[in-house]
Design a protein around this ligand. Sequence first.
Ligand SMILES: [Zn+2]
Length: 174
Amino acid sequence: MKIRIMKLVVSSVILLPLLLAHSFQANAELTNIGSPKAGIDVKYPDNLNDTWKTPISNGISAWNGTATKVTIGYLSSSTNSITAAQYSDTWYGLNTQWKSPYKYTIQLNARTIARDATNFSNFVKGTTVHEFGHCFFLKDNPNTTLASIMKYTNNFNTVTTPQQYDINDVNSVY
Ligand SMILES: [Zn+2]
């Protein structure tokens, strides 16, 4: 009898943090891959011209300025990269991530961005913010009526920063 009570006490202690963690993330739409740490680095895109580098840096600053624990810093020895080139694909940006060790590459599509941008620097910034969102477990096209940088309906000519919905999701992870 004593042993049974002991077991119940032990199991409820273990279950309680799990339940709390679960309910805390109830409204979040997250992917199963992202940086295990809130602080990530990326190699500075030396090969790009300032037309690209400036809005990419502005996108990084937009994440660094949020009320979250996430930070993105340039690091010359980083194995993570962001680049831009002409790709025949339909996407504006592509984030490819690997697990253990965690690593990512972000590719921006100069072809589709140049085609659809009326404000080029905004478009690059917004796409950059969206792609880095994937590093922080944010999912494409979340099912919400709230504004999100991850929505496919975004117009990156005008929407260029992490939205409150995105910030809440990131804060549910880190
Ligand atoms: Zn995406």
